[in-house]
Design a protein around this ligand. Structure first.
Ligand SMILES: Cc1cc2nc3c(=O)[nH]c(=O)nc-3n(C[C@H](O)[C@H](O)[C@H](O)COP(=O)(O)OP(=O)(O)OC[C@H]3O[C@@H](n4cnc5c(N)ncnc54)[C@H](O)[C@@H]3O)c2cc1C
Length: 399
């Protein structure tokens, strides 16, 4: 085999993977004037010209991507058999961004700064910290790139150890549909509709209404295994018939979204070494108990860029995660794994007994000890006490 062909430039930052987290970091770097003289190389294996996912998130501050939003809402609904309520989000907004719009936006940001950014389409095969002053990346087409720091967003390789950690999935099939008559309330996101059968798991519908006649509807499960595709589709058809009175000839599926986001407490370290840092899913930015990742990736990028601009180095603690929220995630995963059917009741109590802003801040890991206590006291303690016991004994609960 021929030796790799070296690129003569020493880059300051190498970003491996131009998906959500790699491009988020690129956008944050582009917006930081103190780093305008740095050379950034982004290596991405795919063309990224498909709308392969839709990101939704809530925020109480403007974000750099607000102009891209395909939808923005100020109300969300929670529904379960014993409790239903529409919540006004107050200062929060719930927003949705189409993946393709985000990819294009980030590439425009980079193209507008040609002296700062270089984009290469290639597959990184090997990334190593030479333990001198640089990182070397080799690609499958035989090139080699050198940088001072690398930010790696390739999917993590996880070898499950189910005697120690909990492994669940958030899996879903979504249809974006257009209906022949107005049926959706475009002001309200159906955040979690748990009124359907649970089958000893946590199963809910999620609806993003773009207009009265167009919405994304997702059948979402928190469980260990995916379903056969026909089961998700049957649940979507049932929901549309029972809740909106729609028969299949009254709607058309214009886009499909299929996904499975790992929900686990398996450690995903934020760095491989002093010069190779992780991003996105690889850095544990998908919240283990909810699967939400987009805003966590923004916060992570902002933290990295602030430290690089101020000190020239990444922060000592790259994510700033607080351990008590990791414990809450583990407890909820333990309950999901042990008795998935109780998850609906836990969410019901949460929404019944807390202001919605407190729940969102708790999920954003921004609540105080006092508020965390209020949250814990609002849910039934039994399942949590049993899971605390499993955590203390160091073995995940089993069904
Ligand atoms: C269908 C779906 C919907 C989701 N919806 C939401 C949501 O609504 N809200 C939310 O907060 N989170 C959501 N998530 C979770 C999370 O935000 C996404 O998974 C997000 O894309 C993760 O970002 P990432 O950068 O870790 O991975 P990705 O976005 O997948 O980016 C990784 C990139 O690395 C590239 N790559 C991989 N290997 C190599 C290699 N060897 N060399 C070069 N490049 C490589 C890939 O091609 C890819 O572009 C969703 C996930 C999925 C799958």
């Amino acid at each position: 085999m021929n030796p790799p062909v070296p690129d003569p430039i020493l880059y300051d930052y190498l970003i491996v993977g131009g998906g959500a987290s790699g491009l988020s970091l690129a956008c944050h770097l582009a917006q930081e004037p103190r780093l305008a003289d740095k050379r950034v190389l982004l290596i991405e294996a795919e063309a990224k010209d498909q709308n392969d996912r839709t990101w939704s998130f809530w925020a109480d501050q403007p974000t750099p991507y607000d102009a891209l939003a395909a939808g923005e809402w100020s109300k969300i609904a929670f529904r379960a058999p014993g409790f239903e309520r529409v919540f006004d989000l107050g200062r929060y907004r719930y927003r949705t961004i189409r993946g393709l719009d985000f990819y294009r936006f980030a590439h425009q940001q980079m193209a507008a700064r040609p002296a700062q950014f270089t984009v290469v389409r290639a597959q990184v095969q090997n990334l190593r910290d030479t333990h001198r002053t640089e990182v070397r990346a080799t690609t499958s087409d035989g090139r080699e790139f050198v940088a001072r720091y690398a930010f790696d967003s390739r999917p993590p390789i996880v070898e499950p150890d189910s005697n120690k950690y909990r492994y669940q999935l958030q899996h879903f099939v979504g249809w974006e549909i257009e209906t022949t008559r107005p049926v959706f309330d475009p002001a309200v996101v159906e955040f979690m509709d748990f009124r359907g059968a649970q089958h000893h798991e946590a199963r809910f519908m999620y609806v993003l209404p773009f207009t009265a006649r167009r919405a994304l509807i997702e059948y979402t499960l928190f469980s260990a295994e995916r379903l056969p595709p026909a089961e998700y589709e049957a649940a979507l058809i049932d929901y549309l018939r029972q809740n909106l009175g729609l028969t299949p000839d009254e709607y058309r599926v214009v886009e499909r979204e299929v996904g499975a986001i790992p929900m686990m407490d398996h450690p995903l370290p934020a760095a491989a070494s002093a010069r190779v840092l992780h991003l996105g899913t690889r850095a544990g930015r998908a919240k283990p108990s909810t699967g939400y990742a987009f805003q966590r990736m923004q916060a992570h990028s902002a933290r990295l860029v602030a430290a690089l601009a101020a000190t020239g180095h990444p922060p000592q603690d790259p994510t700033g995660d607080r351990w008590q929220f990791g414990l809450f995630d583990t407890l909820l995963l333990d309950i999901m794994q042990r008795r998935g059917e109780t998850v609906r009741d836990i969410f019901q109590r949460l929404f019944e007994r807390n202001p919605v802003q407190r729940i969102l801040r708790f999920l954003d890991e921004e609540t105080t000890w006092r508020e965390n206590l209020q949250i814990m006291l609002s849910v039934e303690s039994g399942p949590f006490v049993r899971s605390i016991w499993h955590v203390l004994r160091g073995r995940p609960g089993q069904r």
